[in-house]
Design a protein around this ligand. Structure first.
Ligand code: TYD
Length: 216
């Protein structure tokens, strides 16, 4: 069965993932590809519950939050109509704004990194990405972008400079651990939209040709 490619964007809040995803989708579509853009937390009920946890409205422990993200991600992959697997099966290119690396970075440092990794890599319904683009930027700069023009009550629990710096270090730890297991490219996101888009385009031929989608 012909399958498309799964591209993951990761990075701290404020690194410009959404803009870069839009740019990449447009440029792939211009080359004739069908692109499905998606994000986590999802719009499924599991993702809506996570948003309420992140805003502080629904109480949760880091362990419980990690498990909620896994549940949401399984649905994200396996939903028969709109799941990642269904789109890949049609030969589409799927781009997701965040994936399991975010759980390793955000929840992994508050719980147990090995546990978060095990529960993902042991789950047969999760799809392995073809390429992970990790957008990097100094946490102070991310924070400036996050807070610009936003009311204080719209700032989520991970959105302060100290928390972002910790998560940034955890992302580095995660990708160091996974360097032989995942296809990760670091993209310097500190630049104009055009400059960063060019760096993203330059990373794309790294996707190994004809790579099959395997479950873990
Ligand atoms: P996101 O939607 O990317 O942020 P934004 O509010 O800027 O659109 O993600 C929401 C938050 O969820 C973000 O702070 C990171 C966090 N998150 C986790 O903690 N673990 C995860 O597994 C994922 C996917 C996101």
């Amino acid at each position: 069965m012909k399958t498309g490619k799964l591209i993951v964007f990761e990075g701290l809040d404020g690194t410009g993932k959404t803009t870069q995803i839009r740019r990449l989708a447009q440029s792939l579509e211009a080359q004739g590809e069908t692109v499905f853009v998606t994000a986590e937390p999802t719009d499924f009920p599991s993702g809506k519950l996570i948003r309420r946890v992140l805003s502080g409205e629904v109480p949760s422990s880091p362990w419980s939050t990690a498990a909620l993200f896994l549940a949401d991600r399984i649905r994200h992959c396996a939903d028969p109509e709109n799941g990642i697997a269904a789109h890949l099966a049609k030969g589409e290119t799927v781009i997701t704004d965040r994936y399991y690396f975010s759980t390793f970075a955000y929840q992994g440092h508050e719980t147990d990194l090995d546990w978060t990794m095990r529960m993902h890599y042991d789950c047969p319904e999760l799809i392995r990405p073809d390429l992970v683009l990790f957008l990097t930027m100094p946490p102070e700069k991310c924070m400036e972008r996050i807070t610009a023009g936003r009311p204080a009550e719209a700032i989520e629990i991970y959105e302060n400079t100290e928390a972002l710096a910790k998560i940034s270090r955890q992302f580095d730890r995660v990708f160091e651990r996974l360097k032989d297991r995942e296809n990760v490219v670091y993209i310097d996101a500190d630049g104009t939209v055009e400059e960063v888009a060019e760096r993203v385009r330059a990373a794309l031929p790294i996707i190994p040709k004809g790579k099959r989608h395997e479950s873990h």
